[in-house]
Design a protein around this ligand. Structure first.
Ligand code: TRP
Length: 469
């Protein structure tokens, strides 16, 4: 009796670590601050939080439920319930390839900065911004780092996800958390930090546009690993005694908590140093080393630790993305794990190197008006994930039996899910409509019209051929 209890508790922690490991990543620490910075700050953050805590959490509960119900990863899960919906799973696999077409580039930057912390990066604070620009636009160095980062993914996923990565996560995720708190304290106590806090917490809704809404929605999905079957795949490995809604709540709170902490760590320092909030994708790589540059040797160690933790956070996320593709190849195509990992990882390496080169030598080459890095980033973040989340909500609300959902979310009636009716109504009516409205407003105000049309066309074609997939 006692033994049984202990076991189920252990697996609960393991699952939360894996799901939180997937959610907490570059999206929180690299992407969130610069998205907030380029979208006006506080108002964006409040909208993002609302989306994460209402829409995000509901979709996560849905993904867990479908994954565990069917015991299958994304494509198989949809297919097992309704063949017309196979395409929604396939869209997820495509999204995984696209996200892994740029995510390893940034993961490589983070890894490189571990080493750079020791090799003089911090010795000249005024040059840190230029050094970052020079680094990412060069051809060879960032490509090597992204290959190293991807190789780590391949090794881990080839061995299966448990073991190493979970252990590393258990030590390094708390380290990351501790360091962020430390940086946040340092940051808010810098002279001139007040402007940053105002930027973070004093909303100005007059600047909010359709673009802002879409960016906030995309960020919520991206940060929570939603809208492409990732949490569905993780749910498929779950045992039947886990409480799905409370797990979703914990993962969501951890994830948004880390994002906010990253904001508090970055923005006060940024205002103190007089850096532009809208500086863009280099934000973390420019501001964090600058904070540590003033602390001597201790600063070097802290900086290295921060980038180690960031690399690991990125790794526990990218592993989950690779796993979505691998699980598909294994479940649906009958491939072996190793073959699946090498094939998928190889394609991702090619895509990522192209993305990396698009920062420099290939910057003149554009697809539908944007460089390759932005092509993958915008297409997934602004279109595929949000539409993927909407499709899941429609699927759950209209194509899955209500009793089955209630059965799954209450573990066959053995636990309570008091908000079931509210959740169901959200999935059935509110989320499809809300995402539709935000998507339309975003599409109408987006600069990359060609890209938007392309993304929607891809989804439409997939839907048309769903039964053949
Ligand atoms: N959520 C991760 C991050 O914030 C990235 C990620 C992992 C992801 N799996 C995903 C994003 C699935 C979208 C979908 O860094």
């Amino acid at each position: 009796m006692e033994k049984k209890q202990r076991e189920s508790w252990g697996s609960r922690l393991g699952f939360i670590m894996a799901a939180a490991g997937s959610a907490v990543g570059l999206g929180n620490i690299w992407r969130f601050p610069y998205m907030a910075g380029t979208n006006g700050g506080s108002a964006f953050i409040i909208i993002y939080l609302a989306f994460a805590l209402i829409i995000g959490i509901s979709v996560m509960i849905g993904e867990f439920a479908i994954g565990r119900r069917t015991q299958l990863a994304a494509v198989g899960a949809y297919k097992a319930i309704n063949k017309n919906w196979t395409f929604a799973g396939v869209l997820g696999v495509i999204s995984a390839f696209f996200i892994m077409g740029f995510y390893p580039v940034v993961g490589g930057w983070a890894s490189a900065y571990i080493l750079k912390s020791f090799t003089g990066l911090l010795s000249n604070p005024a040059a840190i911004g230029d050094a970052f620009g020079a680094f990412i636009t060069s051809a060879v160095e960032p490509s090597i780092w992204l290959i190293i980062f991807l190789a780590a993914n391949i090794i881990i996923v080839a061995k299966g996800v448990s073991g190493g990565i979970e252990k590393a996560g258990k030590i390094l995720m708390p380290t990351l958390f501790g360091l962020l708190i430390l940086i946040a304290i340092r940051s808010v106590t810098l002279e001139g930090a007040g402007g940053g806090l105002e930027f973070l917490f004093k909303p100005d809704f007059s600047e909010v546009t359709g673009q802002t809404l879409l960016a906030a929605l995309g960020q919520a999905f991206f940060s929570l690993s939603l809208g492409m079957g990732c949490m569905m795949t993780y749910g498929s490995y779950l045992n039947k005694s886990e409480n799905l809604p409370s797990n979703a709540l914990i993962v969501t709170l951890l994830d948004t908590g880390v994002a906010l902490l990253a904001g508090i760590a970055i923005f006060p320092a940024l205002f103190a140093f007089g850096v532009e909030p809208a500086v863009g994708a280099g934000l973390v790589f420019v501001v964090v080393p600058q904070i540590f540059a003033q602390m001597g040797t201790l600063g070097i160690i802290f900086s290295a630790l921060f980038f180690i933790a960031l690399t690991v956070a990125a790794l526990t996320s990218s592993v989950s993305l690779l796993e979505v593709v691998v699980a598909y190849l294994m479940d649906q195509r009958g491939w072996e794990r190793k073959k699946s990992v090498y094939a998928a990882g190889g394609v991702m390496a090619i895509l990522s190197v192209l993305s990396s080169l698009s920062m420099g030598v290939m910057s003149g080459f554009t697809v539908l008006g944007v460089g390759i890095f932005d092509f993958f980033d915008i297409l997934t973040d602004k279109i595929f994930l949000a539409i993927g989340g909407m499709l899941l909500a429609i699927f759950i609300g209209w194509f899955v039996k209500r009793e089955d959902l209630e059965d799954e979310l209450t573990n066959g009636g053995t636990i309570k899910f008091g908000l079931f009716n509210a959740w169901y109504a959200l999935m059935k009516y509110v989320i499809p409509l809300a995402v539709l409205v935000v998507a339309v407003m975003g599409i109408l105000s987006i600069e990359q019209t060609g890209l938007m049309i392309f993304g929607l066309a891809v989804i439409a074609v997939l839907a048309l051929f769903s039964k053949k997939l």
